[in-house]
Design a protein around this ligand. Sequence first.
Ligand code: 8X3
Length: 256
Amino acid sequence: MKNKIVFITGASSGIGEACARKFASQGAGLILNARDMSKLVELKNELTEKYAVRIHLLPFDVRDRNVVTHALQSLSDEWKDIDILINNAGLVIGVDKEYEGSLDEWDIVIDTNIKGSLAMVRLIVPGMLKRGSGHIINIGSIAGEAAYPGGSVYCATKAAVRMLSDGLRIDLVDTPLRVTNIKPGMVETNFSVIRYRGDKETADNFYKGIHALTGDDVAESVYFAATAPPHVQIAEILVMPTNQATGIISFKKNVE
Ligand code: 8X3
């Protein structure tokens, strides 16, 4: 990973933060994006103290196309040749029925999970193509495989991530670039607290009785895909806890 530049969106928590730790531990140069600059600064300080790595912070909301465009265009020569894009920024707000939820909240979810990731691809992949190398790693979800109760819009966005990954892989088939869709199942991170609109107790209860994945577990899959030999394209990885079988079927010990 030395000499590689890895761009991670949504790097201030959860899977994104875990990827930052993993790739930093392997010596990659990191461009870390999130909305919250103070969390990014904390992470940068921690990682640069621990490892001999260069880290550049790029705070923006992936939904804000003008800001994203400007931020990427303003990258210096030292940072602009991005080798690996980890499209991780994503969220879900609420577990409402499709005919009852908030259209405004769904705008945030759709614009972040789908259009945010698409903008990153549009702005970064042309440079990869020009240099003849690059890897786009999208963080999808088991939720993109089949809809489940209370997940209608979120599942739709992750199904879109799957199609965008497949479509991009088709568009790049005659190039050395690779596209990977990582599809985690139950991962215990702050993601679930946001899903339950800040209700930490309900989020914690959701993981009672099952040994859920951590962000670090998912980061290992991301790293595995990123370090495959150049002729090997890990198209997808579906990774879930041992006691989970599908998006809706899991076994929770001592939980009714
Ligand atoms: C979120 C994973 O299992 O909550 O991407 O659908 S799950």
